[in-house]
Design a protein around this ligand. Sequence first.
Ligand code: SF4
Ligand code: SF4
Length: 458
Amino acid sequence: MFTNFFKKFKNFLWPEIYENNRINLFERSPFIKNFFYQRKNFAYLRTLGDIIFLILIILGLFGPQEKDRNIMLFLSWGVWWTSVILSWFFLGRMWCALCPFPGLARLLQNLKLSFFKNPPKFLKDKGIHLATFLFFLIIYLESTTSLTSSPRYTSFFLISIVLMAAFFGLLYREYAWCRYICPLGRITGVAATMALIEFRPDYRICKTCKEVLCKKGTPNIRPCPVYLGAVAVQNNLNCFICGHCLILCPHNSPAVYLRHPLKEIILNKGKGITCAYVIPFLIGSQLARFLMEKDFFHNWANTLAISPNILFTLLFFWFSMVIIVISKLAASFFRVIEDPILGKFNLTIAILIPFAFTGELIYRSKYFLENIGDFFPTLARQFRIEFFFKWGFTVPEKFIKLWSFSLLNLSLLGSLYLIFYFYYKDFEREIPFKRYLHFVGIVFALYLSYYVLIFISK
Ligand code: SF4
Ligand code: SF4
């Protein structure tokens, strides 16, 4: 029995073919299957999220404006952001199924206050660029303005996203904002390629399906909110794993699967414009953000006689450009950049993906751990409940470092795994290992950069 388990485990970790190596969670767990089929579960969760979101906005607009007297700041930037990022690894893009941002758009559409047009071609083609730009704009504003320390600005920021989503909901049917423009949705979709779960149909069943109701919907049930339907889901980029199309499919084709978290990166190999720019800019922004937290960063700015924001901007672009140039040079050195079926790909980008998304988790969870201890004292100050003052605590710095160090090592393992998998299995040792060595070099150089920036003292 033990040998059997070991074989299965080995095959899961180091599979021959990824496609067949996954566990159907609907078959294994009736609880999970019921949870997805009972649509009211998602409705309850979404309503709860909408209510909490509304309370946060009200607290930001009308509550105290001092950072240590309004819990909405920590709940928004510490709990909410960190949970979204943590969900990338376990739930893929499921966060989007519960997201409160399109709440107003949904309400307008339910009231039939929408033109219900089909999204135009330019949105489909160019939306991706706008979404990527908006995501980095948020990161930039977070680092260079008082957005994260002002409850009112935070509320304005949240309201502005709700209004933009509502505007798109007013013009187009379903969730055009979420599918094409939302900056959080876009980054969540790219990160979901590293998720432990996937929502997929059984393509053999779909081949024989005449109705394709998962895509079209029925007169009583709306179609997929992001214009896919299970039949069109081939990766985790756009599907919300909301399960809405389960009740549309008459053939029980779609299901949720547990899978190897690096499967999609291996299949995709860093292909696509989203990967090519999101990954370098995300890594570049993280290195600049970690650096900005140090005291000597401000000394540098003084020495150069420029403002810290300008220095941050320069470093952000510098680090991002370095990653882009290195990834292109490495690709040309590797020489294999095209596949007859897959098209052009970039292995360097694929190999750096674990660092990009785990780096974001390190950054956000560090903020969470540094501020969680002050949550109850802030609550006490805001609502004058003396009792809560006693519940204040400080998370030891050693623990935060250990947590960050563990995550960083996990990304290193993930990247090295990808290199060795590409060498042994994917390219079947046809390409000499010395050509992979520069990937190993890049990975260790990046590991060291993160290590130094995260762990050197202020
Ligand atoms: S998921 Fe169901 S409805 Fe959609 S194409 Fe496949 S079998 Fe048909
Ligand atoms: S394909 Fe199905 S699970 Fe995915 S977003 Fe559309 S309705 Fe939801």
